[in-house]
Design a protein around this ligand. Sequence first.
Ligand code: GUN
Ligand code: ZN
Length: 426
Amino acid sequence: MNTTRILLGQTLQFTDSPLTHGAEAAIHHRHGAVAVAEGRILMTGTAEVVRAAHPQAEITDYGPSLILPGFVDAHAHYPQTAIIASWGKRLIDWLNSYTFPEEMRLADPAYAAQIANRYLDLLLAHGTTTVASYCTIHPESVTAFFEAAEARGMRVAAGKTCMDRNAPDGLCDTPQTAYDDSKALLETWHGRGRAEYVITPRFSPTSTPEQLAALGALWAEHPDCLMQTHLSEQTDEIAWVKSLFPEARDYLDTYEAHGLLSERGMYGHAIHLEPREIDRLSETGAALIHCPTSNTFIGSGLFDMTLAASLPVGLATDTGGGSSFSMLRTMAAAYEIAQLRGNPLHPSALLWLATEGSARAMHMADRVGTLDAGTEADLVILDLASTPAIAQAAARAEDIWQAVFPTIMLGDDRAVRAVWVAGRQL
Ligand code: GUN
Ligand code: ZN
C-alpha cells in the first residue's frame, strides 16, 4: 500500500558543504516536514508547504526534535565490536594484542553472525543507518554482515579484509585467494538490494606487493566499487611501511604503485601526510576518512580538517579502535581535535560531515546522507533535550546551532528519539 507519511519537526538541509561555504549553506526550518513514500523522501520543506502538497498523508509529529538524514559512518570494523575500549596500546600493539585474536574468532560463522547483528543493532540505536565496514579475512564474516544488513534493510558497504603477511597464520590469505574470495563476494553482493562491495586491503604492512597488485587488478575490473584502506595513521607505522617498501616514494605510493589509488578510494586516518601525498590525493579526488575518537584513543595524532578545502573528507567512528559507536560523540571529538589545531568547526560543518560529507566520500550522496527529494528515507530524529545536562544548556539557545551543539558535545544514544530505514520506522 502506498501510504504517504509526513514527519513533522525541525529540519536541516544543505545547499553545499558548510566546510567550504559556511553555515549559510544550511537551510533550517523551525517548523519543518519531510514527506516519505515507498522508501523515499518525496519532499522536505516547511510544514505548511509539505502538508499542503500532501493533504492525505498520515502525520508523525516529532515536535521540536530535529529530523536529520541517518548518520553515515564512513569507516568501521564491525568485527571489533566486542573489543571496543581495550586499554593501553598504540596501533601495532593494539592490533596484535586485541584485534587479531578477536578477528580470529570470526572464523566461526555463528559468532560472525552474532557480532554482525549486535553491531548493526548498536549502530541503529545510535542513529547510524549507513556504514562502510571492514570484515575479517573470512568470507563468511562478509556474508554474515551483508545478511544482517539486508534483514534490517540498511544501505551498507563492506568487504573482506585482505592480509597475507605480518598477521597470525589464521588471519592470512594469499594474493590469489584474496583476489578470488573478494571477486566471488563482490559478484554475490555488489548491488544486491542496498549492499555495496568494497575492495579492502587492510593496510600496506599486512599485504605483500603481490597482494596489493592483485586487489588493484580486481579494482580495475570493477571500477564502480569503492576501495577502503588505512593511510598514515601513526608515525611508527609509517616507518614500518618505509622499511617494507624501500622503493616507495611515500606511504600513498605503496597503494598508487599497485593500482590502489583512484577517486573511489577511501583512505582512513591520513594524519601524517607528506606534501606529495596531499597533492596526489587532491588530483585524484580520493576521500580521506577522519576517525577522531580513534585518533585520540590509540594516540595517533590530530587530523588536519583544512584538507577538506581540497578533497572529500568523511567522518567515522573506526569502531573498535574508535572509542564510541556514536556519530554524536565522533562529531564532538572532531570538534575537539580541530580546536587543538586552532580551527573551531561550526555545528553545521559537524552535522554535514556526519551525514552528507561521509555519503559523498562513499559516492552515495545521491541516495543517502541528505533530506533531498528522491533520496532513500533513512532518517534519525534527535531529541535536543535528551538529558538534564543537555536540556539546561539548550534552554538558553537563541538559534538552531546553539540548540544542537549541546547534543553534539554531550549527546549519545539517549538523544536518538527515532530511526527510519528506507521509509520504515524501527
Ligand atoms: N590499521 C590497520 N588495521 C587497523 C585497524 O583495525 N584499526 C585501526 N585503527 N587502524 C588499523
Ligand atoms: Zn580502521
